[in-house]
Write a protein that binds this ligand. Structure first.
Ligand SMILES: Nc1ncnc2c1ncn2[C@@H]1O[C@H](COP(=O)(O)OP(=O)(O)OP(=O)(O)O)[C@@H](O)[C@H]1O
Ligand SMILES: [Mg+2]
Length: 462
């Protein structure tokens, strides 16, 4: 086969795979520059093909080009995050892998493959900025509910034992691993351990590890250092921001395995290094991690590194699901009635027999959060009633929120769109109130993106 044929095959392969690809030969002349790469960098393929890489990309210092390093030193660079301006001046972020192509021990070419992650990068920067806006080195951020052990409700013996162990953990400066299904109160426990513990005057920060690519999560946790070509900002990560306090790492088993290894090292050595940085920065942070599946299963499937598990689980707290402690439903309901009567200015103090039966019969896949939502919804909808009836208890209808009454739409209600917006606005306000203004929690309750919720809050002027 001729060289041209191989190039055609490669080009087709790269396009089928949907990756941006750039190949230079041993002399640094571009021999393949596919459409994806052209649209990413906003450079015409014809301006690059057949030309010396160094000339076309003269703004990139030679020592920072991974392609040239692959040619010169046979060096592979895998999954490196790069932020740079494309030819339109738009900042883009890619994950790049560059490899030398070696035949009979000699480098004959170098190949770079890139994936555009600009949108995800913007999201993670927003998270970091919001975190530092919310916690500008102060230990008690305003507007965010702080939980203490007094807020944890439950009298069942097994549950009380867990609370007792959590209290003990709060008096010792050890890492804690909390295991429980969604809505069982993991955050409640984590905050109580912090705010009733030795580090209560330090910051409390939380990060969910799910659904964030490895290189970004690494930047979020450990920060980034300004790099010439990579263009990253100098930014402190959550470890630095949480110094002297506690960092809650939610869904630790969703953290990519490589990063779990780095986290373990940080826990052992007590210093971090910013991504792209050279300095070791000492950090003093207590880690509380959560998982929402049984540890044995996560260890078996390899989602959670065993060595990290042992290091994190110095104290292991398993919070039982609500269906396994149904005798606590009554006191939880009483507590939530108090809370939401107060909040909505209602006087609903009684629960009818039918309503009680209905509440006890249900198995609460969303656990205490679901029960709380059911009561909140019932109280907010009750008009001039002093008792919750069976009909007030809306179970299972999408447990994440209050169910609006949908029979209220009439000719006077305006258009359907206006009516739906009204319902949306009401629900958002209610949940925001219930979460004391905590936008992240409200977004989670409503199953929407935080950015999306913030947009709606501005739009509706809530
Ligand atoms: N034992 C409890 N007493 C009082 N309220 C509770 C209890 N457990 C949970 N809640 C309430 O339920 C809601 C959810 O709790 P939390 O956010 O701590 O759950 P989680 O386990 O972190 O859930 P997820 O896995 O979805 O993040 C909160 O509003 C909290 O106030
Ligand atoms: Mg949580």
């Amino acid at each position: 086969m001729r060289a041209k044929d191989y190039q055609a095959i490669l080009k087709a392969a790269s396009e089928v795979l949907g990756s941006a690809m750039h190949i230079v030969d041993v002399d640094g002349i571009t021999i393949l520059y596919n459409e994806e790469m052209a649209s990413l960098e906003k450079i015409k393929a014809s301006d690059v093909l057949g030309k010396p890489f160094r000339k076309v990309f003269s703004s990139i210092p030679e020592e920072e080009s991974t392609l040239l390093a692959a040619l010169r030193e046979k060096k592979s660079t895998m999954h490196q995050e790069q932020t740079y301006l494309n030819a339109y001046g738009k900042e883009i972020t890619t994950i790049n892998s560059t490899v030398p192509i070696i035949v009979d021990g000699e480098v004959i070419a170098a190949m770079e493959v890139a994936k555009d992650i600009t949108d995800i990068k913007n999201m993670s920067d927003t998270i970091l900025d919001l975190q530092s806006d919310l916690h500008p080195n102060e230990s008690k951020p305003k507007g965010i509910k702080q939980y203490h052990f007094d807020d944890i409700i439950g009298r069942e013996q097994a549950f009380e034992e867990i609370v007792a162990r959590a209290k003990k953990a709060s008096r010792n400066d050890v890492t804690v691993l909390i295991n429980g299904e969604t809505g069982t109160g993991k955050e409640l426990f984590a905050q109580s351990i912090h705010y009733d513990g030795l580090r209560k005057n330090g910051p409390f920060l939380a990060q969910n590890c799910a659904a964030i690519p490895e290189s970004l999560l690494e930047g979020i946790l450990f920060g980034t250092a300004k790099g010439g070509f990579t263009g990253a900002e100098d930014r402190a990560g959550l470890f630095e921001q949480a110094n002297g306090g506690t960092l809650l790492l939610d869904e630790i088993s969703a953290m990519p395995i490589g990063l779990q290894g780095k986290l373990l090292r940080v826990l052992q050595e007590e210093y971090i290094r910013r991504v792209g940085g050279a300095k070791d920065i000492p950090v003093d942070v207590r880690i509380i991690a959560t998982i929402n599946e049984p540890a044995e299963k996560l260890l078996e499937t390899g989602a959670l590194r065993r060595d990290l598990y042992y290091r994190l689980g110095i104290v292991n707290l398993h919070i039982p699901p609500l269906r396994e402690r149904k005798s606590d439903i009554r006191i939880l309901v009483d507590e939530f009635l108090k809370k939401y009567n107060d909040r909505f200015g209602k006087e609903v103090w009684m629960v009818s027999e039918g309503a009680k039966q209905k509440l006890l019969a249900y198995d609460y896949p969303g656990n205490v959060r679901e029960l709380e939502n059911i009561i909140m919804s019932a109280v907010s909808m009750a008009d001039n009633e002093h008792a919750l009836t069976e009909e007030d208890i809306n179970i299972g209808g999408g447990y994440r929120g209050a169910n609006p009454k949908i029979d209220g739409f009439t000719a006077d209600s305006g258009t359907l769109a206006e009516y739906l917006e009204d319902i949306e606005k009401t629900l958002i306000s209610q949940h925001l109130m219930a979460n004391e203004g905590n936008v992240s929690q409200t977004a989670r309750d409503l199953g929407m993106l935080r950015q999306n919720l913030q947009h709606k809050i501005r739009k509706y002027g809530i």
